[in-house]
Design a protein around this ligand. Sequence first.
Ligand SMILES: *[C@@H]1O[C@H](CO)[C@@H](O)[C@H](O)[C@H]1NC(C)=O
Length: 280
Amino acid sequence: MVSAPRCRSGARGLLALLLLLPLPGARGLCGTPPTLSRAVPRDTSRTEGFPIGTEVTYRCSDPFVKIPGKSDTVVCLSNSQWSTIEEFCNGGCRATPRLKSAVLSKEDERRNYCPPGTTVSYVCRPGYEETELRPVITCLKNSTWSEAHEFCRGKSCGVPKGPEHGRAVDATNYLYGARVNIICDDGFRLRGRTFIQCTLKGDQVEWSQLPTCEAIPCLPPPDIPHGSRTVQSEQEFSFGLAVTYKCDQGFSLIGEASIHCTTKDHDNGEWSGPAPECKD
Ligand SMILES: *[C@@H]1O[C@H](CO)[C@@H](O)[C@H](O)[C@H]1NC(C)=O
């Protein structure tokens, strides 16, 4: 009397266990998705108990890459079995090296699968020209690209000319992208950028606009009481110009009789010293 219910409950427990097992048709669920040697399911949050109709998509494990056109998805069928899937990942090279001087050719840019043995070619970027190097790389057996070089070199802007009253300095590189500093002769100041750059114009290269070197003038020198100076007119007091002071009769000159227009900062003109004084 006491054991019978226990026995029945035991039988019910076994039945419940059987229902939970992922048997074909059992409760309409699929078990663990098929195992692939070169790919794993993208979503790893669920590993079993997939309702009928569930799709599981795989991704290729490193270093394998997907073969275009092959399916990467399985679906839980109405018989609680996963649909079949073929291996869809293979050895192959990934992203091609990025170069400063060249880009992948148009046709190679469209490739989405590069198995070992694939060769791709580069073409020069604007401002660059071909060299003796063959701009080709190959996907090697170990799924890495053969070494890529800077296959192209910058076009030359030619020897740079300086502006009038100035010159280009330390110019060693005239190729696309190169910068050359410009300085002005003594007595001239630079207006514009202090350098020029070999830049792209259409599909050719040329130096960017030259700055100009303009003459540095001084402000008119001061007039002094009881004296006069050699340059009287309100002309421009150009760099290097000397002005000499003279005292009226009966006055004597204190200080330097001559001052000249010079510059301390290569930009603004200023007189070399204070004007002298005339005292009686
Ligand atoms: C792949 O092979 C090339 C040439 O055989 C070798 O130089 C390179 O180091 C290899 N790369 C890797 C990641 O094994």
